[in-house]
Design a protein around this ligand. Structure first.
Ligand code: FAD
Length: 365
């Protein structure tokens, strides 16, 4: 049986590994060239927090150790007020629980290597899906056509596969966008504590920074979209007033700020996720969320584990397994979509409030 997976991002690659282990012949179609041959997109590196949920999915297929070798544990939040001392807020009472900072590009490369090495998986780069027929399983790419028994759309938030399944779709774009900056290493060392997720909460907007193995930090500004252009002519003055401790940390601020793009954030809600037991959505294609709970990729990985379980329980009956996947995953993905939106308010606002800090102190007793 031949399964086409559209999209060799994080979800698609892990999915190909799991399906290959079940003995399926898998073709992974990716619109981009092989990212392992060239550099990451300029100004958009994105490092992710991988949590216990994502680690579990990686562990089940023997990839956890390899992925974690390039990860940095963050055991709490470090709050940077406009003035006054830093405030470390541990993620657990005993200080041992951590989320793990990892480069999305490095994670994708590791998963591509694993998919490529799996028996029965073929990866075709430079194949952009432009159309598909859910009745016949015919796929149309800008390079030609192909056919598959089952088609799985792991092609992200702007999924083309989703556009070819008759479904109810709501895409809610956030009024906030994001832009990245880099804090370089200082004399070969981290400029900030690498054991924390750094947050600069500023009411309606915020900045965060996650550590990278090369001792840099990737900062992400989450601001109302209009603010990015408004600030551009006065970026250094703005940072001096609002993020004063960042000024010495980002020496190329004036050049990097206008150069780096503004990304869009949003929530995708659609139903059903599958059609006819033959074409289905998975990962961001089915349920993209805003990034404030750090769970989008973790969720895509959990989808893969659940689909594997559904295939096991139905004896490989896709017509039963695909609806079962949606039935089991939807309550979870609906919940995290709402929690992620709520956590934006907590991260950019509540973590800095004296009331929040007082409540946390009581909790920790
Ligand atoms: P994608 O990563 O979007 O991959 C889709 C793939 O499909 C891509 O390779 C694309 O090129 C390909 N493709 C698209 N269209 C076509 C086509 N027509 N034909 C062929 N190929 C196609 N998640 C976390 O778990 N933790 C975090 O801390 C976190 N932080 C984030 C921070 C930011 C700023 C953002 C934007 C996201 C963050 N996420 C985080 C979310 C995470 O990046 C996504 O949930 C995850 O990348 C989704 O993986 P995916 O494979 O489903 O989709």
């Amino acid at each position: 049986m031949h399964v086409a997976v559209v999209g060799a991002g994080l979800t698609g690659c892990l999915l190909a590994c799991y399906l290959a282990r079940r003995g399926y012949e898998v073709t992974l179609y990716e619109r981009r060239p092989d990212p392992r041959q060239g550099g990451a997109e300029r100004g958009r590196s994105i490092n992710l927090a991988i949590s216990a949920r994502g680690r579990d999915a990686l562990r089940r297929i023997g990839l956890e150790e390899k992925v974690m070798a390039g990860a940095l544990p963050m055991r709490g939040r470090m709050i940077h007020p406009v003035d006054g001392p830093l405030d470390f807020q541990s993620y657990s009472h005993d200080g041992t629980a951590a989320i793990n900072s990892i480069s999305r590009a490095a994670l994708n490369d590791t998963l591509l290597d694993a998919a490529e090495a799996a028996s029965g998986v073929k990866i075709l780069f430079g194949h952009r899906l432009t159309g598909l027929d859910p009745e016949t399983g015919e796929l149309t790419f800008d390079t030609g056509t192909a056919k598959a028994d089952v088609i799985l759309g792991a092609d992200g938030a702007a999924s083309v596969v989703r556009g070819h399944i008759k479904l109810d779709e709501h895409v809610d774009l956030l009024d906030h966008g994001y832009k990245e900056l880099t804090i370089p290493a200082v004399d070969g060392e981290f400029a900030l504590d690498p054991g924390a997720l750094h947050i600069w909460p500023r009411g309606d907007s915020m900045m965060i920074a996650l550590p990278n193995p090369d001792r840099t930090f990737t900062c992400t500004l989450f601001w109302p979209k209009r603010a990015f252009a408004e600030v551009e002519p006065v970026v250094v003055e703005h940072f001096r007033a609002v993020y004063p401790d960042v000024i010495p940390l980002v020496p190329d601020l004036a050049e990097a700020y206008p150069r780096n793009p503004v990304g869009t954030l949003g929530t995708v809600r659609c139903t059903p996720w599958q059609r006819g037991g033959r074409v289905a959505l998975i990962g961001d294609a089915a349920h993209a969320i805003v990034p404030f709970y750090g769970q989008g990729a973790n969720c895509g990985f959990e989808d893969v584990v659940e689909l594997d379980r559904c295939l096991e329980e139905t004896g490989g009956d896709w017509a039963r397994a695909l609806p079962l996947l949606e039935e089991r995953r939807r309550p979870n993905t609906d919940a995290i979509a709402a929690m992620a939106l709520n956590n934006f308010v907590e991260m950019r606002d509540k973590v800095a409030s004296p009331v929040f800090r007082a409540v946390r102190t009581l909790e920790h007793r």
